[in-house]
Design a protein around this ligand. Sequence first.
Ligand code: M6R
Length: 617
Amino acid sequence: MCGIVGYLGKKNTKEILLDGLKELEYRGYDSAGIAVLQDNQFDSFKAVGKLVNLEEKTKDFVTENFAVGIGHTRWATHGKPTELNAHPHLGDSSYVVHNGIIENYATLKKELMDDGVRFLSQTDTEVIVHQFEKNLKSAENAFEAFAKTIHELKGAYAILLVTKSEDKTIFFAKHGSPMLVGINGENKVSSPEREGSLGYEKYFASSDAPLIGHCSDVNYFEDGDYGYVTADELAIFSKNGDKKKPNFSKLSTNKLSAQKDGYRFFMEKEIYEQSTVIADTLMGRVGDDEILFDEIDSSLFDGIHEIKLSACGTSYHSALSASYLFERYSKIKTSVEVASEFRYRSPVMTKDTLFVVISQSGETADTLETLKMAKEAGLKTLVICNVDNSSMVRLADATILTRAGIEKGVASTKAFATQVAVFWMMSLYLAKLRNSLEANEIARQVSLLREIPTSVKVTDAMHEKIKRLSKRYLHGHGFFFIGRDIFYPLALEGALKLKEISYLHAEGYPSGEMKHGPIALADPELFTIALLPQHLLYEKAKSNVEELSARDSTICAISPIEFDKADDFIQTTVCKDYMLEFFEMMVVVQLFSLEISVRLGNDVDMPRNLAKSVTVE
Ligand code: M6R
C-alpha cells in the first residue's frame, strides 16, 4: 500500500523524507520518490524498486536551508510501476503525492487534455496537480485553488501538494485514506515569512511510524479535512469549509506496534483492514448500475465459452467461489484447477477457454507454470493478482488487481476477501456482456456490492464473543468446517486458516457430504463449525448439521438465525443477500482461527513450516 511523508522546517529535509519512507517500507511498494522545494527551486527524484535506488539517485543532493518536501512509496494500482508513474507528480510548478483512488480521474483528465494539458503518467493522481494549476489561474491564492480542487475530487485520498506559488507551505487533504501531521514541542523554527516569529517544524505521514522519534504530538486528520501548514500555522478546514482546531494527542514510541497500527498481529490488522481495502477494490469499478473494468477490454471474452481458473491454497478457494458466481450469474461453464495438479495431468486445453490464474503474490511457482502452459496452448489469459509487475502480471494478457495492499500475515485474509469481491464484480460484468441476467438484477447486485465494506467490519461484540468462545476449541481430534454452495469454499478456507495458525487438524466439507463417510468421526471431541446462511439453502444445511448434532458432535453454528441444536452459536447480521452473509462469515472464521492460535501461544503471523510466497514447486 502506498505511503506518504512530508516535512516543513530547517533540518535535513532529504534525510527526513528518506528515513520516513524507510519506516513505511513494511507496507510494500514498487517505486518511490521525493520532491523538495527550497529557495523557490524544486528538486525531485524518483526510482523504481527498493529505496536504495532512490538513495543512490539523491546521494549528491543536499538540503540545508528551510525547505518543504514531500515523499511517497507507491504500490501500483493505476498504471505500471515505472518512474513516470511514481509520485510525486509534477504540474508546471507544483508537485503532488497521493494515496487512494480518484474515482472521477478519467472525466477530469479528459477535460484537462481538451484544454491542452499533457499527461506524463498513467496514474489517477496526476489529475490532482493539473487540476490545481488550472484552478490557480483564476484563484486569488494557492489555498483557494487547492480547496476548489479538493471539492472537485471524488474517491479516496490523502494528498500533500507543494507549489512554487507559495513556496513555504504544504497543502494537505484527507478523505478515506489515513494521514496525520506532527509537531515537536521543542523544535521551534523561525518563520522565514515573518522575521523573528517562531513556529514549529511540521511532519506529515500516512501512518505513525515515520513520525516516531521526530514528533511529540500528532493530529490525526478526519475525513473531509483539508488545509495548509506553514512554519507559523496549521490551518485545518472541515469538508464544509469551517475552520477547525487541531486535536493533538501524544505519539506512541513503539515502532513495531505502530506498524501494526496498534493491533497485536499483522493478521489481526489485516482482518480489520478488510473493510477499507474492499472499498478500494470496488472503487471506480462499481458504477451506478453496472460494473466497469477500465483495465480490461471486453474483447477478451470474444469467442469464450468456458472459464478455467487455476490457483493454490487460499487463492484456489476464492477460485472455487468464483465458479459458483460465474455459472449462476454469467451462465458460463467454469472449472477450477489446483495448479500443482493441473501441471502434470496432460490437460486438454481449447482456445474457447479463458484461462484465469489467481494469486495474491503473482509469484507462486505452480500457478505461474499453469499460466505458461495456457499461453503456450494459445489460450487467452487473465490474472487476478495483488502485486503489479509480478511474474504473472507480466505474463498474462490481462490483469485485474485486487488492491488489497501488502499482506504480511502468512495466513491470507484480506487477499482472499478482495479476490472474492473481484469475482463477484466479474460475474456481473460478464452477466451484462452475455445478457444472462436482467438489468435490474445486475443493478440490485451492484448496490449489494457497495455493502460489502459494512458487512466485513469487525464489531467489538463479535470479536469479544469469538475471543471468549475460542477457549472451548483448543483440543479435540479435529474440526469440520461445513457449508453448502459457495459456503463450501468458505468452509475450506476456514479450515485452512485454522490449520495454518493453530496446527489443529481441520477439514472443510460440503455439508451434504457428511453422511457419505466423514460423519463416522462424529463424537463430542469432533468440533463442527457450521455455516448456516439465511439466504442460501438454509433448511438443507440445517438438516445436515442436525445429523451431526444427533451423533453428539460439538457444534458451533454461525448464522443469523438462532439454532437450538448447536452447543455454541455466533450470530451474524440479518442482511439482504447470501453474498453479504458470505463476507461476514468469512470474518468470523478468520477471527475464530486467530483467537485459537493466540490462546495456543503460536506465532500468528509466521506459522511454522510456511512461507508467504511459495516460489518453488
Ligand atoms: O500468492 P498466492 O495467492 O499464489 O499463494 C497461494 C498460496 O500459497 C497461499 O494462498 C497460501 O495457501 C496461504 N498461506 C493461505 O493462507
